[in-house]
Design a protein around this ligand. Structure first.
Ligand SMILES: Nc1ncnc2c1ncn2[C@@H]1O[C@H](COP(=O)(O)OP(=O)(O)OP(=O)(O)O)[C@@H](O)[C@H]1O
Ligand SMILES: [Mg+2]
Length: 458
């Protein structure tokens, strides 16, 4: 039946009287002589609770219910208990401060994680052994891989060996204890879903602030579109320079060719079939036709021919071009499959030129499939642009040629077979339409050309 009130030191010091405050804080806490504040609270005995000379509280005692004071034995027992109580109080307050520090840490970590999660470059954190300890959403999206597949995996098992070799080459190290940042620009990369990307890649060592070997940060930035744009600009410049030259030459050469061609035809008419010179004249005629074809290609390329733009149905243009070549496909054992979206809005363009584009692409596909195959033509919409995909199952284009195929006069066909103007002309026409042309090819498997055309000339 002890009537005890247990106060914590800081609870007592909330008293507003400055004298009381001082007394509660500093004593005197002599056992039988409590100061006026404690006396007013009805307390006649005070025991101090101390841990390592630090006061954590006091035990104040009133009287027993019958009005008597505590006995000496009671007090002895209490002062023995006071030691334990002091430690318990101290532990509780230590626990509270640890808890609030842990909360603060968790908050800071969530804050840092949030920043990394929301930036739109792909970030992965590597430990000193090259093991990925975390990554952000952008990393998952860029590399077509889930976090669960990434975390705990060695970076060598995720990135292609060529990229790892490039990093090692710059860092000059075999392990992942990288000392200074490594930057690799325009690195070609294939994602887990076999998407081809161009990225800028950096590996930045983390500063050893708390841990001695904190590892490093790997940052991947997708620059595929930027590089494509740069390439297109470059291509456009190249084309306009060559276009000017070509236009001049074509004009000059056209007149003599027309001369040779018509005189040869005149001579042919006058030469009887029995004449030995007749086959020679026929060869000359054939060669002049070929020369005229090249010159026409050049003139087309330099866009000296007229171009009237109207709203037109692209599916119709495709069907016309396909039927123009249907015989060619048949005799070459090429199966044509068209998957046309008939709900497409009209494209603003030039019928003749777009037909030339399709014929060029179809003929290239035919040439890529000398022993037959499949040509697939698909149309559809993507972000207000009309998309036309032309895929073949032909020989494909080697990586090192992909950059050159749109260059005028680039050809892999034997002399007399191709001029290398087809794709250059195609590129120019698509450019003129405010569209884009993209190529994706797997050597030995096939090629896909993707055309994007605006529905209205912007
Ligand atoms: N579908 C394709 N498959 C494989 N290679 C292709 C394909 N399309 C183009 N190429 C490659 O690109 C090169 C350039 O094509 P382009 O149409 O510009 O010229 P060409 O076909 O060689 O000659 P031209 O079209 O002037 O008669 C080709 O020689 C070929 O190597
Ligand atoms: Mg061609």
């Amino acid at each position: 039946q002890l009537e005890c009130i247990l106060y914590r030191a800081q609870d007592l010091t909330t008293d507003e009287d400055p004298g009381d405050l001082a007394e509660l804080k500093n004593g005197p806490y002599s056992l039988h002589k409590p100061g006026p504040a404690l006396a007013r609270a009805g307390l006649s005995y005070v025991l101090e609770l101390k841990v390592h000379a630090k006061q954590v509280g006091i035990i104040g005692l009133g009287r027993l219910p019958d009005g008597w004071h505590f006995s000496t034995e009671d007090l002895q027992l209490l002062s023995a208990l006071a030691g334990y109580a002091a430690i318990a109080l101290d532990n509780a307050s230590l626990y509270r401060s640890v808890e609030s520090k842990a909360l603060e840490m968790a908050r800071l970590k969530a804050y840092a994680d949030n920043i990394i999660e929301s930036i739109n470059v792909a970030v992965a954190v590597l430990d000193q052994d090259g093991c990925i300890t975390s990554c952000n959403r952008a990393f998952e999206e860029l590399y077509d891989i889930s976090r669960a597949q990434v975390i705990g995996t060695r970076v060598e098992d995720i990135l292609p060996a060529s990229v790892i070799a490039a990093i090692r080459g710059i860092a000059g190290k075999k392990d992942w204890d990288i000392q200074s940042p490594v930057d690799i620009f325009k690195q070609h990369l294939q994602t887990r879903a076999a998407r081809k990307l161009i990225v800028n890649l950096s590996v930045i060592p983390l500063r050893p602030a708390i841990m001695p070997n904190p590892g490093s940060l790997m940052v991947l930035e997708d620059i595929t579109e930027r590089v494509q744009l740069e390439d297109q600009l470059l291509q456009a410049e190249k084309l306009s320079a060559i276009g000017l030259l070509a236009a001049g030459i074509a004009h000059e050469v056209n007149t003599p060719i027309t001369g040779i061609s018509s005189y040869t035809q005149m001579l042919l008419k006058e030469t009887p079939d029995s004449d030995k010179r007749k086959p020679i004249l026929q060869k000359i005629e054939k060669q002049t036709f070929r020369a005229a074809e090249i010159v026409n290609g050049l003139l087309n390329f330099s866009r000296l021919t007229g171009s009237e733009f109207t709203e037109l149905d692209i599916n119709h243009v495709i069907k016309e071009s396909l039927s123009l070549l249907s015989h060619q496909f048949e005799s070459n054992h090429i199966k044509v499959e068209s998957q046309l979206d008939f709900s497409l809005p009209p494209v603003y363009g030039n019928m003749g030129k777009l037909q030339q584009v399709f014929v060029n692409l179809f003929l290239n596909a035919r040439d890529a499939m000398p022993s037959g195959g499949e040509l697939i033509v698909q149309t559809g919409m993507e972000e207000s642009m009309v998309i036309i995909d032309i895929s073949d199952t032909g020989v494909g284009i080697p990586q090192e040629n992909l950059k050159k195929i749109f260059d005028p006069f680039f050809t892999t066909k034997r002399p007399g077979k191709g001029t290398g103007l087809g794709l250059a002309v195609t590129y120019g026409i698509i450019q003129e339409h405010g569209g884009g042309i993209f190529v994706d090819s797997n050597s030995g498997k096939g090629t896909r050309f993707r055309l994007k055309l605006p529905t209205r000339l912007q």
